[in-house]
Design a protein around this ligand. Structure first.
Ligand code: FES
Length: 256
C-alpha cells in the first residue's frame, strides 16, 4: 500500500499520479494498481527511476476512480510484471505513439540520453489538447512529428499514414510502438512488409497479471501478454489474433 504524493493534470482527460514508492522496472513492464472497492488494473510507469509515476486517462469506471484520487490517498500496487520489454537495438529508432501510447515509450527515449538525438518520434492524438507529455519528449532532443485527428496541432492524420510517408525519406533500423491496437496493427503490417525490426506493447484485460487466469492469452500462440509481454517483437505477432480479437472481463472474445 502506498501513498499518493502528487496529482498532476496533463490534459483535460489525463492525470499523472506520483506515488511514495521508488521503482526501476524494465521498460514496458507493468504494475497492477489496486483501489479499495474498485479492484485492480495494469499500468505502466510513465517515468523510469525515482518515485513511481502512473499516467491515467479517464475511460471507464476504474480509471474514473483512479483519476479522482487525491494527494494523500492510498493505493495498492504489485509488480513489476512481464518478461517482454522494450529494448533499443538500433541507432536510428522510430517511436510511434498514439494517445496514451507515449507513456511506456517516453522512459525509453529519455533513457537513450544523447543517443535520443538520433531518434524519431511520431506522436499522435485526437486533438492538440490531448497531446500527452509533449514537452518531455521535446527535451530528449529527438526529432518529433506531431499528428492530430483534427489538425489542431502538427499534421492532420493518423500515425500509420505519417509513418508510411516518413519511411520514404528516412532509414529507420528499428520501430518501437504503442497505442490503440488498430493503429499498432497497421504499423505491424508495414514493418513486416518492409522487414524493419519492431516491438509493440500490448494491452489486454488482465485479472491475475502473473500467467494463471488466461484472460490475456494471445491465440493461437499460447503467449500470455502478462507473462510473455506486454512487449512483443513483430514476428511474435504475425498470424495471431492481434488487431482482430481480445477477451473481455467474462473471458469471451470480442472484436477489436
Ligand atoms: S492476466 Fe492472468 S494469465 Fe495474464
Amino acid at each position: 500500500m502506498v501513498r499518493v504524493l502528487e496529482v498532476r493534470r496533463d490534459t483535460p482527460s489525463v492525470s499523472t499520479l506520483v506515488l511514495d514508492k521508488k521503482v526501476r522496472p524494465e521498460y514496458g513492464q507493468f504494475f497492477m494498481l489496486w483501489i479499495a472497492g474498485a479492484g485492480e488494473k495494469p499500468y505502466v510507469c510513465s517515468r523510469s527511476g525515482g518515485n513511481m509515476e502512473v499516467t491515467v486517462k479517464r475511460t471507464g469506471p476504474f480509471s474514473e476512480q483512479l483519476a479522482a484520487i487525491k494527494k494523500g490517498d492510498i493505493v495498492g500496487i504489485r509488480g513489476p510484471y512481464g518478461n517482454g520489454h522494450f529494448q533499443v537495438t538500433g541507432r536510428k529508432p522510430c517511436f510511434v505513439a498514439g494517445g496514451l501510447g507515449i507513456v511506456p515509450l517516453l522512459p525509453v527515449i529519455e533513457g537513450m540520453r544523447d543517443a535520443a538525438k538520433g531518434a524519431y518520434v511520431i506522436l499522435g492524438a485526437k486533438t492538440a489538447k490531448e497531446l500527452i507529455h509533449l514537452e518531455r519528449v521535446k527535451k530528449t532532443g529527438a526529432e518529433i512529428h506531431v499528428a492530430t485527428d483534427d489538425g489542431s496541432a502538427g499534421d492532420q492524420g493518423f500515425p500509420p499514414e505519417l509513418f508510411l510517408k516518413t519511411l520514404a525519406g528516412k532509414n529507420f533500423d528499428q520501430v518501437l510502438c504503442c497505442g490503440p491496437e488498430v493503429m499498432m496493427y497497421q504499423i505491424l503490417s508495414i514493418v513486416l512488409e518492409k522487414k524493419i525490426p519492431a516491438q509493440f506493447s500490448l494491452e489486454r484485460y488482465m485479472k491475475c497479471g502473473i500467467g494463471i487466469c488466461g484472460s490475456c492469452a494471445l491465440d493461437p500462440t499460447g503467449l500470455l501478454v502478462c507473462r510473455d509481454g506486454p512487449v512483443f517483437r513483430a514476428e511474435q505477432l504475425r498470424g495471431t489474433e492481434f488487431g482482430k480479437h481480445r477477451r473481455d472481463a467474462a473471458g469471451s472474445k470480442t472484436k477489436i
